[in-house]
Design a protein around this ligand. Structure first.
Ligand SMILES: *Cc1c(COP(=O)(O)O)cnc(C)c1O
Length: 400
């Protein structure tokens, strides 16, 4: 074990109060303790309302609106279909390009591909790890042209139909700067807020805005490892009534309301979140504030424990944002790639041996075979972070 990796592992164990535990310490574990989950799920089962209609799914949507300040919420069966549905309502079609960062979970790009469109990768910035407004502006100036009310990629001839900003590990991306550029070019914006329930953009003279609500539409995921989970699930949030109505309609097979006729006016999807899943979500929304508080405490513990380690930085939210601290992460600051890779692999290897689950950041998507031929600008910053970032065990209940 290198000196650094043993030091880091010791400090992590001190922060969470487990030493060489006999059970695995996971990255982010669901918890239903001190919630009404069992009662709500039992209510679904007793009443028979377990599928895509029922009161819990409507209540869940109401509570998402109340918590985030969104005007509308449309619950769906997972975050990936939510992204696909949101892109569709923004007008993304076959053979369009969609701008997005390469440092994200593969679902962000897959949702684009599911519509026959093509991801076009733009670099990230080092502060938020989100899409870089500077790289975006440079790239658009370089390759984009306005024609017939749309923006096109001069090099490929394809329309640039939308942009997806991603709030990586719950840290808000710089939407304010991104939107200044996309508005100039008339490009709609989807926020992949899959990891960002409870993350906010701060403004000096107006109310904070929940992640997902500055762009045209945002999508939150409730997968098993997210801050709250419905088993599988997701939700679109938006202030845009048209997007809300269209996505609700399309997510429920585009059926026209009628007591007995089966009339469908679009080719819709069966995307709606089942009532029984929503029951689980509602039970956790009720304890969400407490969970966010526990996350802040956990971040503090890591801050204290790791502060004196050289060549390591704890990733923190930027000045203008409040993060939910979904996955607390460190960056290893070695300059030489060989040294960096060696330290990283040592750390991951030794952590696993101590039953401590650490995880490196995703492989940048343009390096996956499935996306190797996609259009892109320079991705220097994203590539620079590929081997640096490591997620630490971040379950809120670790502070107990
Ligand atoms: C989890 C996640 C998704 C996908 O959500 P699912 O509910 O798992 O389909 C999309 N994007 C990001 C950034 C995610 O972390």
């Amino acid at each position: 074990m290198t000196e650094l990796s043993s030091k880091i592992i010791n400090c992590i164990e001190n922060a969470i109060g487990f030493k060489n535990n006999s059970n695995k310490i996971p990255l982010h574990e669901p918890s239903f303790k001190e919630t009404n989950s069992w009662d709500y799920v039992k209510n679904c089962i007793d009443s028979g309302w377990v599928s895509n209609t029922g009161e819990w799914v409507n209540k869940f949507e109401e509570q998402i609106c109340a918590f985030t300040g969104s005007s509308y919420a449309i619950a769906v069966s997972n975050g990936t279909v939510g992204l696909r549905l949101a892109l569709h309502t923004l007008g993304v079609k076959n053979d369009d390009e969609v701008l997005m960062p390469p440092l994200t979970f593969v679902a962000t790009a897959n949702a684009v591909s599911h519509l026959g469109a093509i991801p076009h990768f733009i670099d990230i910035e080092k502060n938020s790890l989100g899409l870089s407004p500077i790289s975006l502006e440079e790239r658009l100036n370089d390759i984009a042209i306005r024609k017939n009310g749309f923006t096109y990629n001069k090099k490929t001839g394809r329309r640039i139909a939308a942009l997806i900003a991603v709030h990586v590990f719950g840290n808000p991306a710089d939407l304010t700067s991104i939107l200044k550029i996309t508005r100039n070019w008339g490009i709609p914006v989807l926020e992949d807020a899959a990891e960002a329930l409870g993350s906010w953009n701060k403004f000096p003279n107006k109310n904070n805005a929940h992640c997902g609500l500055l762009g045209d539409v945002g999508v939150i995921s409730f997968n098993g490892n997210k801050l709250i989970t419905t088993g599988g699930g997701g939700v679109l949030i938006t202030h845009n009534q048209k997007i809300a109505e269209l996505s609700k309609h399309l997510s429920t097979t585009a059926k026209l309301a009628h007591d007995w006729e089966f009339d469908h006016d679009h080719i819709g999807w069966n995307d709606r979140l089942p009532n029984i899943n929503a029951a689980l979500g509602l039970a956790q929304i009720e304890v969400l504030d407490r969970r966010l508080e526990m996350k802040r405490k956990l971040l503090k513990r890591y801050e204290v424990a790791l502060q004196d380690i050289e060549n390591l930085t704890l990733i923190r939210p930027t000045q203008n944002s409040l993060s939910n601290n979904w996955l607390i992460s460190i960056s290893l600051n070695f300059e030489k790639l060989e040294e960096l890779k060696k330290e990283r692999n040592e750390l991951l290897f030794n952590a696993i041996k101590r039953n401590l689950m650490l995880r490196p950041i995703w492989k940048p998507l343009h390096k996956l075979l499935i996306y190797q031929d996609t259009p892109r600008g320079s991705l220097k910053c994203a590539e620079n972070f590929e081997y640096r970032i490591i997620n630490l065990p971040s379950s809120p209940q670790l502070i107990e």
